[in-house]
Design a protein around this ligand. Sequence first.
Ligand SMILES: Cc1ncc(COP(=O)(O)O)c(C=O)c1O
Length: 486
Amino acid sequence: MANDSTNIKFYKEENIPLELHKVRVVQKLHLVPIERRLEALFEGGFNTFRLNTKDVFLDMLTDSGTNAMSDCQLGAMMMADDAYAGSQSFFRFQKAVEDVLGKKYLLPAHQGRAAENIISHAFIKKGDIIPMNYHFTTSMAHITQHGGKIEELLYDEAYVINSKHPFKGNMNIEKLEDSIKKHGAENIPFIRMEASTNLIGGQPFSIKNLRDVRKIADKYGILLVLDASLLGENAYLVKQREEGFNDKTIAEIILTMTDLSDIIYFSARKLSSSRGGGICTNSEKIYKKLEPLVPLFEGFLTYGGISIREIEAIAVGLYETLDETMISQSPKFIEYLVNSLDKKGVPVVTPPGVLGCHIDAIQICSHISQKEYPAGAFAAAFYLISGVRGMERGSISNQRDEYGNETYADMELLRLAIPRRVFTLSQIKYVEDRLCWLYDNRQLIEGLRFVYEPSVLRFFMGGLEPVSDWPQKLIAKFKKDFGDSL
Ligand SMILES: Cc1ncc(COP(=O)(O)O)c(C=O)c1O
């Protein structure tokens, strides 16, 4: 068991995760009637991205830009030095990046995908291959937009939903070397490693694995790019799960990981509970190559399209990432929810990862073919019966191939994000309860079909409709079981 100062034991009560913060600002929530939720689904094309928050009870769409901010972050925002160029706020951000991530050159970008655009623009030429542990939607979109192709090189265990493997985000080292030999190092501008691999259930990689990737990168002279958007949680799970790191601090673990990487980029919406992003490196040559792209795409080099107030919040948030009482909160709630659902037989991705609880719609909706988007249907059904908004992470989130054919996702997941320090345990228990009900009534759910399909990142704004009147049937059963309860 890791040396964990945040594990508070109970005397007679069940050991539940104990909040190590107090709530000082609150926001009223709205749990609207189920009939209104059905209308909202039709208005939003059965796509939870298109719901209006006035119709959403618990917003578990994402942790991006929705983690609770601390008193220190909000206080720092008042210190913002609003200047187009040379702002003191930027230098505080730069210092935080140097202290926390160990990189002295910083290029600000307005969010994670803007960093991906800059890196892709600078390094990718048509036909290049980018090996990675697994793609993220926006990283893949930018790579393919710039003429590159991705290769996902996880071990088979990563795709096993119910697993005990502590590091499902590990890169398959043998496959990585084979890929380099096959395509030639000259056609591989960089290897991409994503911390807490988002789309397979927020699963971490180990430091041993990152060291092995580094060795291969050195052997073939290829750059190693780290997507650090969920680096803090990856570090927390390394401390929990990897031999030799139990007694290390989060700061030491983060620096061990960042030292192994040539270029780091991040979404500050995730990494530092704020809004913004950046790219950092210790190589002056890399910095110089990327530098002209920041004013071109983002803004001047000392703000990069980020509001100066948010820059202050990023700087403070980066230091707070090192605080175990903060960085452990979301993973502990996720672990609680995952383990409770698992015990009740609801298929969830295990071991518990970070970012959210991931429910396996392939098993739950085994009667719905992938052509009719089981994860999208399950996400819509769950919103309908609970008011809780999750996100489809399955084939709708995939993009069509270069010939326009559907590419079905490896996993069909409903992701219920648990942003840091936002929800209470009774709200988590409500989610658990409604999920169990929907699981017991899963046969009532049927599929969806597209009525409006954008060509890029279709999951954001795409519109769908149910293939039958299954939502009305689900409502009838809900009313039978819950009466007039919302
Ligand atoms: C792993 C990962 N990389 C990149 C991004 C893109 O960041 P942003 O949403 O700030 O553009 C995200 C966002 O969720 C992410 O999870």
